[in-house]
Design a protein around this ligand. Structure first.
Ligand code: NI
Length: 163
């Protein structure tokens, strides 16, 4: 299976908004398995389809230390249950290589998604999954972790990236 090329900031394709998945067929299975292979090869914990220039609402993730617990989220959406409950976490991103930044996000959310068969699931996740799924859903909206930083800091990262 082919590994996919991960787009890096400031590539304008990272700014596209992804469309919902409507076909739960073999090609969706192939895309997700290629995405997982790419994520493992790049040693990431999550990957959104946008990052590999596929503009559909697909996210893959593995938060396990053993790297043996692949998760797939199709058409994920979340609602913030309590906007006063926040978690700060040092985030990194395969599309912003070499940069880690502390970002604060709500940590009390209700998450819905579909699996490869189109079946619906819901959860109220906690900890790392809460952070990671919001980071990846941002990608599907064309948003990057650098958008949470000051314009000055973002500019510095852009300059570093274009060297
Ligand atoms: Ni990312």
């Amino acid at each position: 299976m082919p590994r996919l090329k991960v787009l890096t900031f400031p590539d304008p394709r990272l700014r596209k908004v992804a469309v919902p998945v409507t076909k739960f067929d073999k090609s969706l299975e192939i895309v997700t398995s290629n995405m997982l292979e790419t994520m493992y090869a790049e040693e990431g914990i999550g990957l959104a389809a946008t990052q590999v220039d596929i503009h559909e609402r697909i996210i893959v993730m593995d938060l396990s230390e053993e790297r043996n617990d692949p998760k797939i989220f199709i058409n994920p959406e979340f609602k913030i249950l309590n906007d006063k409950s926040l978690l700060s976490f040092t985030e990194g991103c395969l599309s912003v290589p070499g940069i880690t930044e502390e970002i604060t996000r709500p940590d009390n959310i209700h998450l819905v998604w579909q699996d490869l068969k189109g079946e619906k699931h819901e959860a109220e996740p906690s900890g790392l999954l809460t952070v990671c799924i919001q980071h990846e859903i941002d990608h599907l909206e064309g948003k990057l972790m650098v958008d949470y930083l000051s314009p000055l800091k973002r500019d510095r990262i852009r300059k570093k990236a274009s060297k």
